[in-house]
Design a protein around this ligand. Sequence first.
Ligand SMILES: *Cc1c(COP(=O)(O)O)cnc(C)c1O
Ligand SMILES: [Zn+2]
Length: 406
Amino acid sequence: MNVTHLECALCSKLHEASTLQNLCVECGKPLLVRYDLDIAAKTLTPESLASRESSLWRYREVLPVEDTANNIVSFGEGWTPLLKADELAKSLPIKLNLFIKDEGQNPTQSFKARGMTAAISMAKELGVKKVAVPSAGNAAGAMAAYAARAGMEAFIFMPSDTPRANVVECEQTGANVTLIDGLITDCGKIVAERKEAEGWFDVSTLKEPYRVEGKKTMGYELFEQFNSPPSEGGVAAFRGRGGSFPLPDVIIYPTGGGTGLIGMWKAFDEMEQMGWIDSKRPRMVTVQSETCAPIVRAFENGERFADEFENVSTVASGLRVPKAIGDFLILDAIRASGGTAVSVTDDELVKAVGEVGSATGIFAAPEGAACLPALRKLIEQDLLTEGETVVLFNTGSGVKYLEVFQ
Ligand SMILES: *Cc1c(COP(=O)(O)O)cnc(C)c1O
Ligand SMILES: [Zn+2]
């Protein structure tokens, strides 16, 4: 709404925001949306939010759509509950103030809905008729749904071992689905090769500027949920923190392309510029599967860019990303925050679905459940202090992964 321009996340080259853009024309890295935050902060105040809609569009001043009356394509995504997880916390060797942000309650059952509401709304605003995406699963399901709602044609390329629910939901919401014998990176190459001739707009993770804008709202929601007075009978709001730090001490985030982590990090910077918080940040923790852990490896090796991970395989399909174009943004954020990157085995993360489920009632996606063994590793490595506030991101619903439990 208050967009001034797009800026390359690596070389800072400025790009026009009023036309369709994919990557930086200079260096090929992701573009980020910049806003006039002085203007945004005049109407977007923590107090003003109390009476707004229960969707991520409550933060419209720091979201990109200009003609909000006509171009927002929405199912009411975002504003998901932040659930206290006391029973789960009791199973841990130290006492923590533990929460789960339950993103499985989004439309299409994953937080990919956040990114797609922003990307498809902007595609609509900029006149796009056909959209294409390579996806490990949930991004496809979300894109198919939002494209159908916007009246756009959707072209989806997924690995043939993508969870069946993702394939079926795309077909049933009218998308053109192609299954590829390969990985998401192979699917991405096909989209890149064909998009020009076909007239597709490529909405791959971080290859257009707006999915990250949708996902950054998780950072705004955490701020609100840890600070607003409890709503009547609601689970969404807590006066959780007390003291002066209005965010969790630690955020544990299952990372594939890293959009959500990069987005929340961006949101914290925006919130600081608008005077909501100071320069203190939560420690950002990336979780990956041992069999696909490019970010963990790069973190451990002290590298800023992550090499492609070979022979990847994990049932947590959202984490099956061997090479992330936003690698440096993930690694920069982890390091600047004093966080870390840990890997867990597929056995651990699948077992954790049942542990999280029986302790909290949340049927988590394997990716989200991976946060639990990761949390245990942080405790073993002495990286958490008694009494700290920790948020685990359950990024999707286990319902999408029935094959995993056979
Ligand atoms: C896509 C996905 C992830 C990874 O999200 P990024 O923000 O791209 O790192 C994690 N969990 C689930 C369920 C996903 O669909
Ligand atoms: Zn650049």
